[in-house]
Design a protein around this ligand. Structure first.
Ligand SMILES: NC(=O)c1ccc[n+]([C@@H]2O[C@H](COP(=O)([O-])OP(=O)(O)OC[C@H]3O[C@@H](n4cnc5c(N)ncnc54)[C@H](O)[C@@H]3O)[C@@H](O)[C@H]2O)c1
Length: 311
């Protein structure tokens, strides 16, 4: 039975993942390289929980008890001492993950499950240097991890069935919607779907079909508006497969088949226009606006989640 959970890395993803576990009642150890990172993570969790209070979703007592269940440390042995389940959310650098897994094999019992939050590596790649890869699995959360319900679970031929079951049950216990993949493919499901769409969006922009704002709006007030409730297959069922046959027949030859990064993104990166983190990307942002927009995004997502839970 899972009681103690360790989250390694307290950055963009790690702090939100730790919040999920602690809110669901698990004792959580959060580990990072520096105290300052952990302090920032706790501040963010505090703010996330306050937002849930403002939205009338949790009480002050629930916030306090959630925070009480989180302990932070910069010592890996302390962090993992009693861990039944570990979520790894360190940077997307294979060497860093390999080194960490090697250390984990030295300091944790053989039954401790190690779940990576990697976005791009396969379980097989992650397991390359492990002695006991049967306890390794991917549980891929979505940003903001404390709100978005999806968690993709990816196993490999060496992952034991009991590890898959435990990961699945844990994700359900923290209120997530786990999806298990039958194959270990790059990008899993959701990022592949998203990448296909982003490729087409940049193609339309490059071709001058419409401006960025119009393309964004066409999605958020069009397909995106209904996607929270009907995925592509339900949408196809509602529209009729005869219609979809024509749509694909007529449109497939017209769509981008680019295998390289769109010119637009390349130019932005070359000019240091990285988006909110540099103050300019496709749109322009000031620092205060970014914070405001992130809170606004989280508020909207929390409200959407509430509506979805009414189904
Ligand atoms: N950012 C996203 O939207 C997103 C979404 C899904 C998955 N992921 C994946 O989650 C993982 C973490 O991404 P992130 O965006 O949270 O990164 P991040 O850079 O925000 O956080 C990483 C944290 O790990 C810490 N760290 C570095 N080396 C460490 C080590 N050896 N041991 C412990 N901590 C260490 C860093 O100090 C930092 O706080 C990556 O594998 C990434 O691909 C990211």
């Amino acid at each position: 039975m899972i009681q103690n959970i360790t989250v390694l890395g307290s950055g963009v993803m790690g702090h939100g993942i730790a919040q999920n576990y602690a809110f669901a009642g698990y004792m959580v150890h959060m580990y990072d390289l520096k105290e300052a990172y952990l302090t920032k993570a706790l501040t963010l969790i505090d703010a996330n929980l306050s937002l849930l209070i403002r939205e009338n979703i949790i009480t002050q007592e629930e916030k306090d008890s959630t925070l009480e269940r989180i302990t932070v440390t910069t010592d890996l042995v302390t962090a993992t001492k009693n861990a039944d389940f570990i979520t790894e959310a360190v940077p997307e650098v294979l060497d860093i993950k390999h080194t960490l897994f090697k250390k984990l094999e030295e300091v944790t019992g053989k039954d401790t499950i190690i779940a990576s939050n990697t976005s791009t590596f396969s379980v097989a790649q992650l397991a390359e240097k492990m002695e006991n890869p049967n306890r390794l699995i991917i549980t891929h959360f979505f940003n903001p991890a404390q709100i978005v319900p999806l968690v993709e679970i990816v196993k490999h031929d060496k992952t034991s069935d009991s590890v898959v079951d435990t990961a699945m049950n844990l994700m359900k216990a923290i209120g997530k919607s786990p999806v298990v993949l039958n194959k270990d493919v790059p990008g899993f499901i959701a990022n592949r779907l998203q990448a296909a769409l982003v490729r087409e969006a940049f193609y339309l922009l490059d071709e001058g079909v419409a401006d960025a704002e119009s393309i964004d709006l066409a999605l958020t007030d069009g397909p995106g508006f209904r996607w929270a409730f009907s995925g592509p297959f339900k949408t196809a069922d509602y529209g009729g497969h005869d219609i979809w046959k024509s749509v694909v027949e007529n449109l497939a030859p017209e769509l981008s088949k680019a295998e390289i990064v769109p010119k637009f993104i390349k130019e932005k990166v070359e000019n240091g226009k990285l988006g909110t983190k540099s103050g300019e990307g496709i749109y322009t942002y000031s620092n205060s606006v970014v914070e405001e927009k992130v809170t606004q995004r989280d508020e909207n997502l929390i409200r959407l989640k509430q509506i979805k839970s009414r189904k």
